[in-house]
Write a protein that binds this ligand. Structure first.
Ligand code: SF4
Length: 254
Protein backbone atom coordinates (compact mmCIF):
# COMPACT_ATOMS: atom_id res chain seq x y z
CA UNK A 1 0.00 0.00 0.00
CA UNK A 2 1.69 3.21 -1.16
CA UNK A 3 0.62 6.63 -0.08
CA UNK A 4 0.92 9.38 -2.64
CA UNK A 5 1.51 12.75 -0.99
CA UNK A 6 0.71 15.74 -3.17
CA UNK A 7 3.04 18.74 -3.10
CA UNK A 8 1.81 21.06 -0.37
CA UNK A 9 0.89 24.62 -1.28
CA UNK A 10 1.28 27.54 1.04
CA UNK A 11 -1.74 29.34 -0.39
CA UNK A 12 -4.23 26.76 0.94
CA UNK A 13 -3.19 27.44 4.53
CA UNK A 14 -3.05 31.19 3.92
CA UNK A 15 -6.54 31.22 2.38
CA UNK A 16 -7.95 29.25 5.31
CA UNK A 17 -6.20 31.44 7.88
CA UNK A 18 -7.52 34.61 6.20
CA UNK A 19 -11.06 33.14 6.07
CA UNK A 20 -10.74 32.11 9.74
CA UNK A 21 -9.65 35.63 10.65
CA UNK A 22 -12.67 37.10 8.85
CA UNK A 23 -15.01 34.61 10.51
CA UNK A 24 -13.50 35.26 13.96
CA UNK A 25 -13.84 39.05 13.50
CA UNK A 26 -17.46 38.78 12.29
CA UNK A 27 -18.49 36.43 15.13
CA UNK A 28 -16.77 38.64 17.73
CA UNK A 29 -18.54 41.69 16.34
CA UNK A 30 -21.88 39.80 16.44
CA UNK A 31 -21.34 38.72 20.08
CA UNK A 32 -20.33 42.26 21.07
CA UNK A 33 -23.41 43.72 19.33
CA UNK A 34 -25.90 41.40 21.09
CA UNK A 35 -24.22 41.94 24.44
CA UNK A 36 -24.54 45.77 24.30
CA UNK A 37 -27.97 46.06 26.04
CA UNK A 38 -26.87 43.79 28.94
CA UNK A 39 -23.52 45.59 29.34
CA UNK A 40 -25.20 49.03 29.23
CA UNK A 41 -27.39 48.01 32.15
CA UNK A 42 -24.23 47.50 34.25
CA UNK A 43 -22.40 50.61 33.07
CA UNK A 44 -22.76 52.98 30.13
CA UNK A 45 -18.98 52.73 29.49
CA UNK A 46 -18.77 48.94 29.38
CA UNK A 47 -19.81 48.40 25.70
CA UNK A 48 -17.19 50.96 24.61
CA UNK A 49 -14.44 49.49 26.79
CA UNK A 50 -15.15 45.93 25.69
CA UNK A 51 -15.38 47.10 22.07
CA UNK A 52 -11.94 48.76 22.31
CA UNK A 53 -10.43 45.64 23.89
CA UNK A 54 -11.85 43.39 21.14
CA UNK A 55 -10.64 45.78 18.41
CA UNK A 56 -7.12 45.72 19.95
CA UNK A 57 -7.07 41.89 20.00
CA UNK A 58 -8.43 41.73 16.42
CA UNK A 59 -5.79 44.22 15.24
CA UNK A 60 -2.99 42.23 16.91
CA UNK A 61 -4.15 38.98 15.25
CA UNK A 62 -4.56 40.76 11.89
CA UNK A 63 -1.01 42.15 12.25
CA UNK A 64 0.17 38.56 12.88
CA UNK A 65 -1.55 37.23 9.76
CA UNK A 66 -0.21 40.20 7.76
CA UNK A 67 3.27 39.34 9.13
CA UNK A 68 2.99 35.79 7.74
CA UNK A 69 1.85 37.02 4.33
CA UNK A 70 4.58 39.66 4.10
CA UNK A 71 7.24 37.11 5.10
CA UNK A 72 5.94 34.67 2.46
CA UNK A 73 6.14 37.26 -0.29
CA UNK A 74 9.68 38.08 0.79
CA UNK A 75 9.27 41.30 2.76
CA UNK A 76 11.45 41.72 5.83
CA UNK A 77 9.30 41.48 8.97
CA UNK A 78 10.08 42.69 12.47
CA UNK A 79 10.57 40.14 15.26
CA UNK A 80 7.44 41.37 17.02
CA UNK A 81 5.38 40.45 13.94
CA UNK A 82 6.86 36.95 13.93
CA UNK A 83 5.72 36.45 17.53
CA UNK A 84 2.29 37.79 16.62
CA UNK A 85 2.22 35.56 13.54
CA UNK A 86 2.68 32.43 15.65
CA UNK A 87 0.07 33.54 18.18
CA UNK A 88 -2.34 34.18 15.29
CA UNK A 89 -1.61 30.71 13.86
CA UNK A 90 -2.17 29.04 17.24
CA UNK A 91 -5.45 30.87 17.71
CA UNK A 92 -6.83 30.49 14.20
CA UNK A 93 -5.56 27.00 13.35
CA UNK A 94 -8.52 25.08 14.89
CA UNK A 95 -10.90 27.41 13.04
CA UNK A 96 -9.00 26.81 9.78
CA UNK A 97 -9.33 23.03 10.27
CA UNK A 98 -13.06 23.45 10.94
CA UNK A 99 -13.48 25.54 7.77
CA UNK A 100 -11.51 22.91 5.85
CA UNK A 101 -13.97 20.27 7.06
CA UNK A 102 -16.92 22.36 5.83
CA UNK A 103 -15.29 22.67 2.39
CA UNK A 104 -14.32 19.00 2.42
CA UNK A 105 -10.58 19.68 2.49
CA UNK A 106 -8.57 16.85 4.01
CA UNK A 107 -7.01 17.80 7.39
CA UNK A 108 -3.65 16.36 6.29
CA UNK A 109 -3.60 18.66 3.25
CA UNK A 110 -4.09 21.70 5.49
CA UNK A 111 -1.36 20.45 7.85
CA UNK A 112 1.04 19.91 4.92
CA UNK A 113 0.35 23.43 3.76
CA UNK A 114 0.97 24.74 7.30
CA UNK A 115 4.32 22.86 7.46
CA UNK A 116 5.29 24.39 4.11
CA UNK A 117 4.45 27.90 5.44
CA UNK A 118 6.31 27.25 8.70
CA UNK A 119 9.41 25.90 6.90
CA UNK A 120 9.37 28.93 4.64
CA UNK A 121 9.24 31.31 7.62
CA UNK A 122 12.10 29.48 9.39
CA UNK A 123 14.25 29.41 6.23
CA UNK A 124 13.67 33.13 5.74
CA UNK A 125 15.08 33.80 9.20
CA UNK A 126 18.32 32.20 7.97
CA UNK A 127 18.96 30.50 11.30
CA UNK A 128 22.52 29.15 11.48
CA UNK A 129 23.72 27.04 14.41
CA UNK A 130 26.79 25.00 15.28
CA UNK A 131 26.40 21.29 14.44
CA UNK A 132 26.20 20.34 18.13
CA UNK A 133 23.29 22.79 18.55
CA UNK A 134 21.14 21.01 15.97
CA UNK A 135 18.88 18.09 16.87
CA UNK A 136 17.45 15.63 14.34
CA UNK A 137 14.33 14.11 15.77
CA UNK A 138 12.47 11.18 14.22
CA UNK A 139 9.54 9.08 15.39
CA UNK A 140 10.01 5.50 16.55
CA UNK A 141 8.18 4.12 13.50
CA UNK A 142 11.25 4.76 11.34
CA UNK A 143 12.87 1.72 12.99
CA UNK A 144 12.17 -1.68 11.41
CA UNK A 145 9.27 -3.12 13.43
CA UNK A 146 11.03 -6.48 13.89
CA UNK A 147 14.40 -5.00 14.92
CA UNK A 148 15.39 -6.51 18.29
CA UNK A 149 17.62 -3.57 19.31
CA UNK A 150 16.32 -0.95 21.72
CA UNK A 151 17.38 2.38 20.33
CA UNK A 152 14.99 4.98 21.78
CA UNK A 153 17.15 5.65 24.86
CA UNK A 154 20.46 4.63 23.29
CA UNK A 155 20.68 5.27 19.56
CA UNK A 156 24.17 3.71 19.55
CA UNK A 157 22.51 0.28 19.98
CA UNK A 158 21.64 0.38 16.26
CA UNK A 159 23.83 -2.09 14.37
CA UNK A 160 23.46 -0.21 11.08
CA UNK A 161 22.37 -3.42 9.41
CA UNK A 162 20.71 -1.57 6.52
CA UNK A 163 17.24 -3.03 7.04
CA UNK A 164 15.82 0.36 7.96
CA UNK A 165 17.01 3.96 7.65
CA UNK A 166 18.03 4.42 11.30
CA UNK A 167 21.58 3.30 10.50
CA UNK A 168 21.76 5.58 7.47
CA UNK A 169 20.57 8.64 9.45
CA UNK A 170 22.93 7.74 12.29
CA UNK A 171 25.90 7.61 9.89
CA UNK A 172 24.85 10.95 8.37
CA UNK A 173 24.39 12.71 11.71
CA UNK A 174 27.68 11.32 13.08
CA UNK A 175 29.55 12.56 10.02
CA UNK A 176 27.97 16.02 10.34
CA UNK A 177 28.35 16.20 14.13
CA UNK A 178 24.66 16.85 14.88
CA UNK A 179 22.48 15.19 17.54
CA UNK A 180 20.08 12.43 16.54
CA UNK A 181 17.25 11.19 18.73
CA UNK A 182 14.28 8.90 18.26
CA UNK A 183 11.14 9.71 20.22
CA UNK A 184 8.20 7.41 20.86
CA UNK A 185 5.86 10.37 21.33
CA UNK A 186 5.49 14.07 22.05
CA UNK A 187 6.41 13.73 25.74
CA UNK A 188 9.71 12.01 25.01
CA UNK A 189 10.43 14.51 22.23
CA UNK A 190 9.92 17.40 24.67
CA UNK A 191 12.18 15.62 27.21
CA UNK A 192 14.97 15.25 24.64
CA UNK A 193 14.67 18.93 23.70
CA UNK A 194 14.76 19.96 27.36
CA UNK A 195 17.82 17.81 27.97
CA UNK A 196 19.84 18.73 24.88
CA UNK A 197 18.68 22.37 24.64
CA UNK A 198 19.24 22.58 20.86
CA UNK A 199 19.08 25.94 19.09
CA UNK A 200 17.30 24.38 16.10
CA UNK A 201 15.46 21.16 15.32
CA UNK A 202 15.03 19.16 12.16
CA UNK A 203 11.93 17.05 12.78
CA UNK A 204 10.93 14.10 10.63
CA UNK A 205 7.34 12.95 11.19
CA UNK A 206 3.82 12.76 9.80
CA UNK A 207 1.60 15.80 9.21
CA UNK A 208 -0.17 15.62 12.58
CA UNK A 209 2.98 15.23 14.71
CA UNK A 210 4.92 17.88 12.81
CA UNK A 211 2.08 20.39 13.07
CA UNK A 212 1.61 19.97 16.82
CA UNK A 213 5.38 19.70 17.45
CA UNK A 214 6.21 22.90 15.53
CA UNK A 215 3.51 24.81 17.43
CA UNK A 216 4.52 23.28 20.79
CA UNK A 217 8.18 24.22 20.71
CA UNK A 218 7.83 27.76 19.27
CA UNK A 219 10.02 29.96 19.33
CA UNK A 220 12.57 27.16 18.75
CA UNK A 221 13.10 27.07 14.95
CA UNK A 222 11.98 23.75 13.47
CA UNK A 223 12.25 22.54 9.90
CA UNK A 224 9.73 19.79 9.30
CA UNK A 225 10.40 16.96 6.85
CA UNK A 226 7.43 14.73 6.10
CA UNK A 227 8.02 11.02 6.38
CA UNK A 228 6.99 8.47 3.77
CA UNK A 229 4.61 5.68 4.72
CA UNK A 230 4.87 2.82 2.22
CA UNK A 231 3.34 0.40 4.77
CA UNK A 232 0.71 2.77 6.12
CA UNK A 233 0.92 5.06 9.14
CA UNK A 234 3.27 4.35 12.06
CA UNK A 235 4.93 1.27 10.53
CA UNK A 236 8.36 1.04 8.92
CA UNK A 237 8.22 4.66 7.76
CA UNK A 238 10.96 6.18 5.63
CA UNK A 239 12.38 9.57 4.76
CA UNK A 240 14.15 11.14 1.82
CA UNK A 241 17.76 11.15 3.11
CA UNK A 242 18.88 13.69 0.49
CA UNK A 243 16.19 16.10 1.75
CA UNK A 244 17.36 15.56 5.35
CA UNK A 245 20.97 16.24 4.33
CA UNK A 246 19.95 19.42 2.49
CA UNK A 247 17.98 20.63 5.53
CA UNK A 248 20.94 19.95 7.87
CA UNK A 249 23.25 21.88 5.55
CA UNK A 250 20.84 24.84 5.56
CA UNK A 251 20.92 24.98 9.34
CA UNK A 252 24.56 24.47 10.24
CA UNK A 253 27.34 27.04 10.10
CA UNK A 254 30.17 26.16 7.77
S1 SF4 B 1 19.45 -0.27 10.94
FE1 SF4 B 1 19.56 -0.31 13.19
S2 SF4 B 1 17.49 0.09 13.86
FE2 SF4 B 1 17.34 -0.47 11.70
S3 SF4 B 1 16.95 -2.67 11.72
FE3 SF4 B 1 19.17 -2.40 11.59
S4 SF4 B 1 19.89 -2.44 13.71
FE4 SF4 B 1 17.67 -2.12 13.78
Amino acid sequence: MFEVVSRPRKRLFLALILSSLLLACLSTYGIWKVSIPGLSNISAYLPFLLGMLLVAVALAITAGVAGIILAIIGWPTLGVFQGLAWSAINLLFPLAIMLGKIFDIEKERIERSFIEVSNHLVKQKRVRVKPEQLLILTPHCIQLDTCPHKITRQIGNCKKCGQCQVGEILTLTESMGVHFAIATGGTLARQVIKQLRPKAVLAIACERDLTSGIQDVFPLPVIGVLNQRPFGPCCNTRVDIAEVKRAIEQFIQV
